[in-house]
Design a protein around this ligand. Structure first.
Ligand code: A2P
Length: 277
């Protein structure tokens, strides 16, 4: 088995600290309503070669994700499925069972605490139960700053293997990434395109133009070269396809450095500037 943190031989997945493999590119479906739009997006992504879909109880679209998975004809073990515990509820174990029903699967590959509402540690015992009972192959957290992550690590018998946070060159949270690295926690980037806002940035566009790529591809590639798992969201077929064409080019050290310089967080160890909970 490859060592934790290593990228697999095909360059498409990373080995987590618990030994499970996670595809580096996943489709995010935040804010995609349940129904046709979500089913189409997931179907197109699977047809375009994505093998990783990221949903959440709070998104309300687990049924569509499940339907698209079944309709794809792909084997369950060939697609990595993440969902997240909605921390307005009490029990992660009870809630994951509801997620499994909505998704129509026996197990999720990854189950995350969606955000540290009520404090970072109270839900972890229930996450470990969800893992121990076989409902989730891997467990982790989302929107956890460095101190939240460290608080969980102090109480954990099964440590989190992932922290999913808002991350891009404009939100290059170096100190948080360093904390994750130190603890063997992989970082997943959500909103890697700044929910679309960063696609019009002239510095990103300049690099894209020079390389004959799109701004979205440049931003996604930056995440890959910073050793992140990356979750761009789109509901348009051509964009979903375009966003997957990121394994056939490389950004130079110079371009990576220029993109790093776009950070507006001051290299924060926080997960967000303005938490919503
Ligand atoms: P849409 O879903 O209408 O295609 P993020 O991944 O940072 O959350 O960004 C998602 C936003 O960026 C969505 O509004 C999405 O629009 C848009 N988007 C995603 N991929 C592309 C692309 N390749 N070109 C242009 N816009 C994109």
């Amino acid at each position: 088995m490859a060592a934790a943190g290593a990228v697999t031989a095909d360059g498409r997945a990373r080995v987590l600290a618990d030994g499970n493999e996670i595809p580096l590119l996943g489709l995010g479906v935040w804010q995609v309503p349940d129904g046709r739009e979500c089913e189409d997006a997931v179907r197109w992504a699977l047809e375009a070669g994505y093998r990783h879909v990221d949903t959440a109880q709070a998104y309300g679209n687990e049924p569509s994700v499940g339907r698209a998975l079944r309709d794809s004809g792909l084997a369950r073990e060939d697609v990595f499925v993440t969902t997240k515990f909605y921390p307005g509820r009490r029990d992660p174990e009870a809630e994951v069972q509801r997620s499994l029903e909505r998704l129509g699967v026996d197990v999720v590959d990854l189950y995350l605490i969606h955000w540290p509402q009520g404090g970072p540690t109270w839900a972890w015992e229930g996450m470990q139960r969800a893992h121990g009972r076989g409902y989730a192959r891997s467990i982790g957290v989302s929107n956890f700053g460095a101190s939240d992550l460290e608080a969980v690590l102090e109480v954990a018998e099964v440590p989190p293997v992932i922290n999913q946070v808002q991350f891009s060159p404009f939100a290059f949270r170096r100190a948080l990434l360093a904390a994750c690295d130190r603890h063997g926690v992989a970082l997943e980037a959500y909103s890697p395109l700044g929910t679309g806002r960063h696609l019009g940035d002239r510095r990103v566009a300049g690099i894209a133009e020079r390389l004959g790529r799109t701004p979205a591809q440049v931003l996604i590639r930056w995440s890959l070269q910073r050793d992140l798992v990356v979750l761009p969201k789109s509901t348009h077929r051509e964009r979903i396809e375009q966003n997957a064409q990121v394994f056939d080019f490389e950004l130079s050290e110079e371009d990576m450095g220029a993109l790093d310089g776009l950070d507006r967080t001051g290299g924060a160890d926080r997960a967000l500037e303005r938490p919503w909970w």
